[in-house]
Write a protein that binds this ligand. Structure first.
Ligand SMILES: *Cc1c(COP(=O)(O)O)cnc(C)c1O
Length: 242
């Protein structure tokens, strides 16, 4: 059986190879291990294999897991990234338990997160989620609204604006994947140029998953979010939890 440590190693090799192919340094792309639906033991195994950043989509599941993993003891501190939608009634949990939020697409949510971020924690690191290929029903702001939201978020005292995130629809071939990823890259570059010094450490392009990480790295991703490539296939409960 292939262990989590083995799969983690092959994902790291894929990233290194994609960086080499794109003429980028091997450490230009961070790996976020997406552990949604997997238990604390899986996170613990990945952490023992050197992984420190984990992504979660479902807030209550994540908060339980964060507590359980902390109780298991680890040599390194872990970083938790929220990569799922954040409903208003969940902002406090997110502000109290996560280090990053990738999915900001409304100012109201950003304001609540800033207000609710505990004073003893560093500012919450955030990315603006951009929707480059979907209709109005898809999460994320359209590219033409991204700058206005980013400017407002950059003013919030307890948030630190770090960049742009996107979840392009799955596409079958590498050329199509690259084309849509390059549109996200353009939004990232435009925001960074227009935001200037006011955006501080605007250095993160959160783009690419198990199926399209090569295209994302070619397009300039600085953080790929990989779940099934590390932990295996996900099994969702037949009935969603209440
Ligand atoms: C689940 C998820 C991932 C990981 O997807 P895989 O295809 O399993 O790598 C990445 N990003 C987001 C936003 C997700 O919800």
């Amino acid at each position: 059986m292939t262990t989590i440590a083995d799969k983690l190693q092959s994902v790291r090799a894929r990233i290194a190879q994609a960086c080499a192919a794109a003429g980028r340094p091997a450490d230009a792309v961070a790996l976020l291990a997406v552990s949604k639906t997997f238990g604390p033991q899986a996170v613990h195994a990945a952490a023992l294999a050197g992984q420190c950043c984990f992504g979660e989509n479902y807030i209550q599941e994540a908060v339980d897991k964060i507590t359980q993993v902390a109780a298991m003891g680890l040599p390194q501190p872990l970083q938790w990234h929220c990569i799922g939608p954040v409903q208003s009634n969940k902002t406090r949990l997110v502000a109290e338990h996560f280090d990053w939020v990738h999915t900001l697409d409304r100012l109201k949510t950003a304001q609540r997160l800033s207000d609710q971020r505990p004073a003893d924690l560093p500012p919450l690191q955030v990315c603006i989620q951009v929707n480059v290929d979907g209709g109005a029903s898809k999460a994320g702001v359209p590219p033409e609204e991204a700058l206005e939201l980013a400017r407002a978020v950059a003013q919030l005292p307890r948030l630190c604006l770090r960049g742009v995130m996107s979840i392009p629809d799955e596409l079958p071939d590498a050329a199509q994947q690259l084309a849509v990823h390059l549109r996200v890259r353009q939004v990232f570059d435009a925001l960074r140029a227009q935001g200037g010094a006011g955006f501080g450490a605007f250095d993160t392009l959160s783009l690419g998953m198990t199926g399209d990480l090569e295209a994302a790295v070619a397009a300039g991703s600085t953080m790929v979010r990989v779940g099934s490539g590390i932990f295996g296939a996900r099994h969702y409960p037949a009935v969603p939890p209440a």
